[in-house]
Each structure stands twice: as C-alpha cells, then as structure tokens.
Design a binder for this molecule. Structure first.
Ligand code: AHR
Length: 367
C-alpha cells in the first residue's frame, strides 16, 4: 500500500547516471516489476512510443484516504475525468503528457474532458470551473503556476471532486484538502544532474549562461537551485555569467541566447532548463558563428526526440529526462485511492539521462 519503493533497486537506479542507458528491460529487471506502477498495458500512450513514468518514491507525509478527503467512491470505468493542460501543445513535453493521459483514460474506459490554458492562469481557473460544470468527477491538473489556482481548487472541493496534480507542484495548497497528491519529477535533482553533466562536458571550467524556465513555478526554481548548489559544491571552475528566462519556449530561447552571446562573448556553456529553449540556443549559437556542442557546450532537461537527436548530431552534450507520460500512474493512483488505499502527498518519478554514450540507442524512447 504505497510503500516507499526507494528500495535497494531504486537506490541502484538513482546511482545510474550519465552514460548508463536504462532500457525498459533493465528497468523492469532492476525493480523486479513485471508491470511497473501504473498497471496499463499501454507503454505510455505517447507520440514517442516510450516508457510511462515509474514511481520511485512516496514522500511528503502521512497520506490521504477517501474518508479523510471527504469524497465519494467512484468507478473510473464509468467516470467523467477532466484534464487541465497548462501550456500550448507546441512543446513535445506537453504533447506527450496530454497523449498519455488521453490514452490511459481510453484504456480505463473513462470519459475525458481536456482543456488547455495556453499559459494563462485565469484561463486555467475558468477551464477547471468549466470542467466541473460539465460533470468532471476527478481532475488531473498540470498547474501553470505553483500559486494562484485557489479559486479552482475551492470549486473542486465544494463539489467533492479530488484533484491530482502532475508535473508542477502547488506551493501553499494543502494535500488532502486542496489536492490529493502531486505526481512528478525531483526537479532539484534534475538541476543537480544537469550540473554534473555540465561539469563532465566542460571538464569543470567555463563561463555558463542559464536559460531559465518560466517564472512562478517550482520547476524553474528547483532546477536553478539544484544546478547552482552542485556547481558551488563540486564544480567551482564553472562560473555563471548570465541567467535570463526563455519561458520554456524555443523562439524565446533563441532570442535570449542571441542577446546573451552579444553581451557575453566569452560564454562557453549553456544550461537550458528545457529542450525547447536548448534547441533555440543551438540556432543562436550557430548564427553567432560558433559550433553548438563544441565551442559552446549545451545541457538541457526534458528528453524530447529532437533534443536526443541533437546529442547524436553533436549539437547538444547531454539531456536530463523529465518524463511527462503520467497517464497510467495518475489513473492507477486514483484507482487505489477509490479502492481505499492511503495516497501520499508527493509521488516522485524516475527520470533517466541522455548523453553521447546512449543517445543513439535511446532516440526511439524519447518523446
Ligand atoms: O513543468 C515541466 C516543464 O514545463 C518541462 O520541462 C517543460 O518543457 C515544460 O514547459
């Protein structure tokens, strides 16, 4: 029952870093899990045909039962479920996330309503309210910001509709009251692993620019602190000379990189907090007459197909995965909750890494 699965096997998984490809078969062998958490036969229902998220850790407190949350039992096979997407589906992360939830809803038999807030917090609030009005009995929410969804959460509570959040965390909302659980990555660890990859790619010396994600969410702050703390402790020869938001978008990543390279021609490395910005940076580096991946090392986060192919082409040096295929784990968590199990406030997933040692073999698993 939601036992902490940070077992020796998952400890070993966390020990596997750059250059150690985790194939689906390896993962299953290490976890001893023939049917990984999520239970679906569908391997993720994604555009990339890759692997669904796998839980590594339950965290954040005692947990929540149906009675404590104060909601009624629900048969998901006959239920109406609402999914609120935060950002435009121009980014493969968002495409794969929506596809995974859509495929799992279909597999389970639930009726799914989906909305997209297009990076507008006000729209996300009204999207959620509208799905409640349309009869949503369970909500899966990819929050745009870590604060500000209170009116929507209140509306869900009034209707006794549980909320599962994925991929970004709500900061001041209360588990077992405003939401049931958060399912997502350890973003501080992603930043730390990006720092390790950067140290490896640069030999531990250089002038680094950071392309920050959008502001107002824990993903950006955690990926920043994890990276900076790692550099401070373990790679003091890497000096951060500039940091600016590229809003998790390719075009903005390109524009910002162009400006940063003009202002700081000595930049030798770029840490992009997602792949879309990294791919924009690749274009900007090339326009500045430099070779991406060689003259300027580039490390990013996500694991999109284009970025992993970028490693194979030599344009990017490493990518830390952020797996968006939440469908099976989100639905199986809801099923356990309705079956009377206790659900912890935070469910951390496994993310792998890509670099020159494994990118070619792993392209097919990227989204
Ligand atoms: O919240 C997850 C981040 O949001 C992904 O890394 C990024 O691509 C997305 O926009």
């Amino acid at each position: 029952m939601n036992a902490d699965r940070s077992t020796p096997a998952s400890g070993r998984l966390r020990g596997l870093r750059m250059g150690t490809a985790l194939t689906a078969a390896t993962l299953l062998a290490l976890t001893g899990c023939a049917n990984p958490e999520g239970g679906g036969a569908n391997p993720g229902g994604t555009s990339g045909g890759g692997q669904q998220v796998t839980k590594t850790q339950d965290a954040g407190g005692a947990g929540c039962t149906l009675q404590q949350y104060g909601v009624d039992k629900l048969d998901l096979t006959k239920a109406t479920v609402g999914f609120s997407q935060s950002e435009k589906e121009a980014n493969p992360f968002r495409i794969a996330e929506t596809a995974s939830i859509t495929a799992e809803a279909k597999r389970v038999g639930a009726r799914l309503i989906t909305t997209n807030a297009n990076s507008d917090l006000g729209k996300q609030i009204s999207d959620i309210q509208s799905m409640l009005a349309q009869g949503a009995q369970l909500l899966i929410v990819a929050p745009l910001n870590s604060e500000g969804l209170e009116p929507a959460l209140r509306a869900a509570r009034e209707k006794k509709v549980p909320v599962i959040t994925v991929d970004r965390k709500l900061s001041s909302a209360a588990p077992c009251k405003d939401y049931l659980t958060f399912i997502g990555s350890d973003f501080v660890d992603q930043g730390k692993r990006a720092g390790e990859a950067m140290a490896k790619a640069t030999g531990g010396n250089g002038k680094v620019a950071i392309l920050l994600g959008s502001s107002g969410n824990n993903v950006t702050t955690d990926r920043t602190s994890g990276f900076k703390d790692y550099l401070k402790a373990s790679a003091p020869g890497l000096q951060i000379v500039a940091e600016q938001t590229g809003d998790f978008a390719r075009e903005k990543g390109q524009q910002v990189t162009e400006q940063l390279l003009q202002a700081n021609p000595g930049i030798t490395a770029i840490y992009a907090q997602n792949d879309e910005m990294a791919l924009g940076a690749v274009t900007a580096v090339r326009s500045a007459g430099k070779k991406p991946g060689t003259d300027i090392k580039i490390v990013s986060v996500d694991g999109t197909r284009n970025a992993v192919e970028g490693i194979v082409a030599g344009d990017l040096n490493a990518v830390i995965e952020s797996n968006p295929r939440f469908g099976p784990l989100a639905f199986s968590t809801a099923q356990k909750f309705y079956a009377g199990e206790t659900i912890t406030p935070t469910v951390i997933i496994q993310d792998k890494s890509y670099d020159t040692a494994n990118a070619k073999a792993e392209v097919a698993n990227a989204y």
